[in-house]
Design a protein around this ligand. Structure first.
Ligand SMILES: [Cu+2]
Length: 189
């Protein structure tokens, strides 16, 4: 059972036992904290180069023998000039590409982006599962949960910055498993 599903069930059974609004709100806040707090306080890490803020680079653990892995990160451009993520490296990968994943004719397809990912001025661009991502290829060994993978990100204007990719669990939809789907459920959206 996933952590968020467990918390949802915990909250649901608690709701049946506690009647007052105060008690119910208290339980909901407690349950939400269990799901979301660790993603912020324990795992978040960030890097900076020029006017770019590089928020929590992460990747997923891989099973033994896997040849590829995805890299994800959030990049905020505080400057007045557009920039572009043009390449990346990682110690554990023989080759690294910048990719985009999208659905075409109902089929999920992945393609290299030869020009990289645009980072417009005053905007935040998210590399995340299902969209833009960094593709680690020719992996030299399995990515293990809890490890930090040293690497670099190179931007057209800002240059190259050293980063570390935090390895999350296999199948993590987002850092610490707090995926967008879970958030939507919690928000009721
Ligand atoms: Cu890819």
């Amino acid at each position: 059972m996933s952590k968020s599903l467990f918390v949802t069930r915990l909250a649901a059974s608690a709701f049946r036992r506690f009647r007052s609004i105060e008690e119910r709100v208290g339980i909901a806040v407690f349950a939400a904290a269990l799901v979301f707090v660790p993603a912020q306080s324990v795992f978040a890490h960030e890097f900076k180069i020029g006017s770019l803020e590089i928020e929590h680079p992460w990747t997923r653990a891989t099973p033994p023998g896997a040849a590829v892995g995805g890299g994800y990160v959030e990049i905020t451009n505080d400057g007045d000039t557009a920039d572009r993520l043009v390449s990346a490296t990682a110690d554990i990968a023989g080759r690294v590409e910048i990719h985009e994943m999208k659905v075409e004719d109902g089929v999920m397809k992945m393609a290299p982006l030869p020009d990289g990912v645009p980072i417009p001025a005053k905007e935040t661009v998210k590399l995340a599962p299902g969209g833009y991502h960094i593709m680690f290829m020719q992996l030299k060994g399995p990515l293990k949960k809890g490890d930090k993978i040293p690497g670099t990100l190179t931007f057209e204007k800002a240059g190259t910055v050293k980063v570390e990719f935090a390895v999350e669990a296999i199948g993590a939809a987002a850092p610490d498993g707090g995926g967008e789907h879970d958030m939507n459920k919690m928000d009721g959206n």
